[in-house]
Structure formats: C-alpha cells, structure tokens
Design a protein around this ligand. Structure first.
Ligand SMILES: C[S@@+](CC[C@H](N)C(=O)[O-])C[C@H]1O[C@@H](n2cnc3c(N)ncnc32)[C@H](O)[C@@H]1O
Length: 355
C-alpha cells in the first residue's frame, strides 16, 4: 500500500474537496474549520522586519484575507453551504465536524448544518472564552466568546474521549477530607429526593437501612478497600481520592484555554490564529492516533501542527499563499526542534470556484 503523506492544498477549498471526493469519500474522522465569520474585517499577518539589529524592529503588515461580503449574509451563506455539504460527504460515519464561528453567523449556520447533517446529529454548542478583556460597548455587552458547533456524521456511531482540565481552586474545594492515602471528597451512595428514592428498594447494610444506589456486593468491596467514609451520624459515603482523578472532565464551557497573545511562544502574527491547546483538545477528544484530520480553512496551520504533534494524519487547505508559507515555516521550525523530518506534500489547486 502506498505510504500516506500528509497534504497541504493551496487553493480554494471547494476545489480541494472536489479533488478529494473520489479517494477520500467517507474517510475523514474529524474536520475542524475556522472559516470567515462574516465579521466585516480585513485580516493581516504582522511580522517584524529583519533589518539593522541595533535599530527598533519595524512591523510589516501583509493582508491575508478579507471577511467582507458585498452581497451580505445571503452571499456568505451561499458560499458556506456547498462547502459544508462536501465536508459532510467526506466524513466517516463515526466522524465529526467542528465549525468555529461567533455570534455573527452561528445561528444561521446551526440551521444550515441541521439541514445538512440532520437535527439529531447536532452534538454540542461549545462556548470558548476567547478573551479576558472584551471591548466595552455603549449598548449591549462586550463579546468574550466564540462558538464551536459540533456535528456527528451519525450520532449513533460517534463517540468522544473524555478530556480533562486542570483542577482550580473551586474544583479543589470539595476535597477537604484527608486520610493516610491523601485528600478526598465524598460521593453520595444513598438516593435522595422523591424521584430518586421512589420505587427504590431499601436494604440494611452494616447497621444502616437506606435506599442505596449500589448493590450490597459493591458496597462491601468498597468497605474492604477502605473507600467508605462514615459520618458522625452514621451515614455512609464513598471516598474519591484527588490523586486518582485526572482533572475535571471538560463540559461545553471552555474557559481554561487562553487566547494567543503577542508574547505567546506559538504566536505567528497571523491575526486569527487559534491556540494549539484548543485544537489539541478537539483532536484528542474526537480522534485516535493515525486517524485522518482535516481543516479546509487552515490559516496559520494550527490544525496541522496539533495533528502532527498528536500523531494523526492530516489534510489542510488555504486559499492564501501567505497562510501556506506560514504553515510550512511552522513545520520546518518543528522539524528543527524535534530533529525529525515530517512527510507532507503541497498541492496547488486551480481556483475554479470563485472567491
Ligand atoms: C480564520 S482563518 C483560520 C485561522 C486558523 N484557524 C489558525 O489557527 O490560524 C480563515 C482562513 O481561511 C482562509 N480562506 C478563506 N476563504 C477560503 C476558501 N474559499 N478556501 C480556502 N481557504 C479560505 C483564509 O485565507 C484564512 O487563512
């Protein structure tokens, strides 16, 4: 079998997807896109020009792409629909699409994606807190988050790995108990409230009659393992040790991934660059090693870099040479740091699809 080579398309993404449709129909495990947001902004790449080292560096600004749409929302949505349809076709039945947008178009794209994927395949709307300092506004409230719309190709076949975030002061608070094995918190083992106790059989265990949530065998096993805590009034709970927890399972509210700052090590100067931690979380939750990951609006290349670091295969595309050049530079830097050589090809795609 021919050895797989990761691939960068330079060109219009609809043309790139058409190029892939025969060979990769229903083959891609994860597609992440961070397309134009209908923001009405022109985006640039800021680079320090190399000149006289004794002089203050000058900032060179190169245009990358324009997110202005003469035909308004109608034109934008007409642009997105055929591309989202092609992505749907390229996904494996167990695969997923993650569409990174914000308030400008998220609700329109939700309806469009419901039509393409089926309402039942909508999995999550993830809120990513993308800045700590929203712009102040004279009316309304400063926007502080982006949205990720997550769709499964087929929700009956899609699953995610639980991902964890680091504990913080608040999540550590319940771990206020300690024994010779370390800090622990208490987990209820008795049902409470009418709904949970109704119809539940009570039984006596170690001198206490209660509507237990677990079988007597399980409770006895935990007792022998020293995992049952007895409170002063004789009630039992299970001990959950902090050392056995990987962190806090991540919900649909992502507040722990910082935006890229000018001082971040991974900062490239690309104005819409997303953090590697964001892409790593997405890739780790929805793929396994060697799975195929794609991004058809790759910009500075974050998805390719994260996929390469995590041992996934990848296909990416961008219509702008300046973006592809930046990704190639990031790959070369990583090859130098890791003292390794990555295998990838660059393909120029004829732009026959407009915009
Ligand atoms: C928001 S940026 C992506 C940023 C990226 N997530 C990152 O971390 O750097 C969107 C990118 O989509 C590209 N783009 C816009 N229209 C495109 C099209 N029709 N086909 C391919 N790429 C396109 C732009 O050139 C831009 O680099």
């Amino acid at each position: 079998m021919e050895q797989w080579s990761n691939c960068i398309f330079l060109g219009e993404c609809l043309a790139a997807m058409k190029h892939l449709e025969n060979s990769l129909q229903e083959q891609i495990q994860l597609i992440y896109i961070d397309p134009p947001f209908f923001s009405g902004t022109d985006y640039t790449l800021k680079e320090k020009s190399e000149g006289d080292p004794s002089a203050a560096p000058e900032l060179k600004e190169t245009p990358i792409f324009s997110d202005k749409w003469e035909g308004g929302l109608r034109e934008y949505l007409a642009f997105m629909r055929p591309r989202l349809e092609k992505m749907h076709a390229l996904l494996k039945s167990s695969g997923s699409l993650w569409v990174h947008v914000d308030f400008h178009v998220a609700h329109y794209l939700k309806v469009m994606l419901d039509e393409i994927f089926g309402y039942e395949n909508f999995v999550n709307q993830i809120v990513w807190k993308r800045t700590n300092s929203p712009k102040s506004q004279t009316s309304g409230f400063g926007n502080q988050h982006d949205l990720l719309l997550l769709y499964a190709k087929d929700h009956t076949e899609f699953s995610t790995e639980t991902v964890y975030r680091k504990h913080d002061e608040r999540s550590l608070r319940p771990y206020s108990y300690e024994d010779d094995r370390g800090r622990f918190r208490l987990i209820e083992i008795e049902a409470h409230g009418i709904q949970r106790t109704e119809g539940r059989k009570q039984f006596e265990w170690r001198g206490r009659r209660a509507p237990y949530l677990y079988s007597e065998d399980t409770l006895e096993k935990w007792w022998k393992q020293g995992r049952i805590y007895t409170s002063r009034n004789g009630r039992y709970s299970k001990k959950q040790y902090l050392s056995e927890r990987k962190g806090v399972p991540v919900s649909d509210l992502w507040i722990d991934i910082s935006p890229i700052q000018g001082s971040s090590a991974e900062y490239t100067g690309f104005s819409t660059q997303k953090p590697l931690a964001l892409l790593s979380r997405i890739i780790e939750s929805a793929t396994r090693p060697a799975d195929l990951v794609a991004d058809f609006f790759v910009g500075s290349g974050t998805t390719a870099i994260a996929a390469e670091k995590l041992g996934r295969r990848w296909i990416v595309c961008d219509s702008q040479e300046v973006a592809v050049d930046l990704l190639l530079k990031r790959l070369r830097d990583m090859e130098r740091d890791q003292k390794t050589e990555y295998k990838y090809t660059v393909l120029n795609i004829e732009d026959d699809t407009g915009r």
